[in-house]
Design a protein around this ligand. Sequence first.
Ligand code: GLY
Length: 353
Amino acid sequence: MNVTVVGAGIIGLSIAWRLVERGFDVTVLDSGEPGAWQVAAGMLAPGGESAFEQPALARLLEESNERWPAFAAELGVDVGYDDAGTLGLAMTADDLADAARVWTRQKLPLLRPSELRELEPALSPRVRAGVFAPAERQVDPRKVVAALRERLAGRIVAKRINALSEVDAETVVVAAGCGTAALTGLPVRPVKGQVLRLRGEPGLLRHVLDATVDGRHVYLVPRADGEIVVGATQEERTDWTVTAGGVHDLLHAAIELVPGLAEWELVETTVGHRPGTPDNAPLLGRLADDAPHAGSGSQVGSGSRVGSGRQVIVAAGHHRNGVLLAPITADLIAGLVDGEHDPLLEHFAPGRF
Ligand code: GLY
């Protein structure tokens, strides 16, 4: 069976890779539009990034996290997978009150400032408390995408489509991130994030730092080569402007947390858009037969199967967790194309909106 995957971000490419492994004839359409993976820090943080009272989403995040070591190893090249773990940190008493709710849910014991500085000597003495989350790791999304593209060489076509009717395939998988809304009418909205990259002597930090600093959330993701990714603002905006306030807030929090960073070079300021949904959980599954969608209703008929009998499957809206969720999304969607149906998918059906 031939399958066209619309979208060449980390989700589309991961699905395509798994489909090729299952023997499908796969083409990936790369619109050339910027994807969230290009700016993503690559935190694999099922606890720190997950929402309260979404047990199915929490399970999806946990299970995908468990699949990451094998996923990275199977790619067969260095993708920056690093299991040193994450320090959750709080700068003030108010920050601690906020962060403690997440840490309690994760059942992580509170560490004193002296214990934290033993783990991470560059931390500011102002840091009030924190936790060590050994299962929250990191990967370099740019390296992952490069490795996936290598695996899919010859199958990726540079083509931007405006409607699914332009695709001629027995199965279409729409993994177009924020572009999924225009193609399917599903409610995927861009959530702006400004992200910085600093460069300096490797080894200043050993762990991912996920902190609340004077009421602001900031994360620092140190790479082995001396890059530190500092992220990210979260703004309900669609523009691409790097703002003075955004950069100031991120740098202020980062330098408060790790004063030595004041001497580092600021090498990149970027904007990305996370593909958000109304409940910020992903859309995974067939387009519902009884739920025509405004953007594509006339092209896709009344749902997942068009006259020719083709099926349309969606894998989008991963919001803050696209990198973390790539392995499980790829497995579930490749399975679905192959006629399998994991009950976990029911919680993420696109038809819920
Ligand atoms: N997962 C990090 C972010 O969305 O900023």
